[in-house]
Design a protein around this ligand. Structure first.
Ligand SMILES: C[S@@+](CC[C@H](N)C(=O)[O-])C[C@H]1O[C@@H](n2cnc3c(N)ncnc32)[C@H](O)[C@@H]1O
Length: 361
């Protein structure tokens, strides 16, 4: 006899059960849609539909050089999900103008394909996370497939283009003035360097040191700096957050990297000795409140998902393995900063996706 057989039976409401099952069906469709959006992005389906033309599957296939059955099934899946509209009279499919902005305009702050690429790459590595969770191990950022690294760059660059120069830096006391005059800046855990290069383009009198422990990311960052023509004022180096080069920094920035680190307190202590006495440590972290119940919303759901599959394993793969989690919230970040010897902590700005903390010695 099993324990379950002895357990009291819980009453089942069949309507609630079916409503949950249908919600789950929608979510399986959404899960598959992650790969379909990556497909539409990579095969040029969205770009081809972006001008608002009402196309048949054969026309979309012809214009993108892809197989008609794929274009047909993809279009119908997109129509069922509300990404495109379908006219049964003409049997043509149209991408609404607002969806075209979000899916086919890389200059828009609402541009989404990088987010889907990041999610698809993350899910692809899930089997290794299952093993790590069972064995009590982590999985480092470097161990993931390229869609994680490139999707992260594309998604975050969209946010930096939208907010870094216009909102976040101006929200920090006196920082823009220093950058204009010529400041020393460290961008720690810079990945492909999207934030470093954007700041270097805007503030040509300043010098920037981008660092990341992941050598392949630094190689991409160096190439991006060459392409952008900012190599004269930007240096990228392979270094962990507890050993990047230089001292006397006017601004140390961490963009969505602190919670990924195994030893965020150690990194914060290192920043404390590397920063000028009147310097600013800007920590950009995913939007989160302090309590679980603050984060039980669509953004929190997405970030808890990334936290389980990406950020927490990344932290666990390193020394200390504090595993702050993607939704650590302001109080825990403040705790990291004050434990490391910083005395001033505040939230300077926020967006639906990010908190921007201003921390001073
Ligand atoms: C989510 S990505 C963000 C990358 C970049 N800041 C951006 O905004 O695109 C987190 C980055 O933190 C880096 N990272 C994680 N642990 C690190 C550590 N201990 N020292 C330096 N970089 C680290 C990873 O290699 C990765 O590039």
């Amino acid at each position: 006899m099993t324990l379950q057989a002895d357990a009291p039976q819980r009453a089942i409401d069949p309507d609630k059960l079916m409503s949950f099952v249908f919600r789950a069906v929608d979510e399986v469709g959404a899960t598959l849609n992650t790969a379909l959006v990556v497909m539409g992005d990579k095969l040029g389906y969205y770009r081809t539909l972006a001008d608002g033309s009402a196309l048949t599957p054969a026309e979309l296939a012809e214009r993108t050089g892809t197989g008609e059955p794929y274009a047909r099934e993809w279009l119908s899946a997109q129509a069922a999900g509300g990404y495109v509209t379908y006219d049964p009279q003409t049997r043509r499919y149209t991408l609404p103008a607002e969806h075209a902005v979000a899916l086919a305009d890389p200059t828009s702050p609402a541009y989404l394909p990088g987010f889907f690429q990041l999610a698809a790459g993350t899910v692809r590595d899930a089997p290794e996370i299952l093993t790590a969770a069972t064995d009590g191990d982590g999985l480092g950022w470097h161990a993931h497939n390229g869609d994680v690294h490139h999707g992260c760059e594309r998604f975050f660059r969209t946010m930096y283009n939208g907010h870094l120069l216009n909102d976040w830096l101006p929200a920090l006391d006196g920082v823009v003035e220093k950058l204009q005059a010529g400041a020393r800046v460290a961008d720690v855990g810079c990945g492909h360097g999207a934030s470093t290069i954007l700041m270097a383009q805007a503030f040509p009198s300043s010098t920037f040191v981008g660092s990341d422990y992941h050598a392949a990311s630094i190689a991409v960052a160096r190439a991006r700096a060459e392409e952008a023509g900012v190599s004269d004022r930007v240096t990228f180096e392979v270094a962990p957050a507890t050993a990047f080069s230089g001292t006397g920094y006017d601004l140390v920035a961490m963009f969505d990297s602190l919670h990924d680190m195994g030893d965020p307190v150690g990194a914060a202590r290192y920043v404390r000795q590397a920063i000028a006495e009147d310097g600013t440590w800007m920590v950009v972290e995913p939007m989160a409140g302090d309590r679980v119940e603050d984060n039980l919303n669509p953004v929190g759901r997405t970030y808890y998902g990334f936290s389980t599959l990406l950020c927490t394993p990344a932290s666990l793969s390193q020394d200390v393995g504090l595993a702050l989690g993607t939704q650590a919230g302001p109080a825990r970040i403040r705790d990291v900063a004050t434990t490391a010897g910083f005395s001033t902590f505040g939230t300077a700005a926020f967006t639906p996706f990010n908190n921007v903390f201003e921390i001073r010695p």
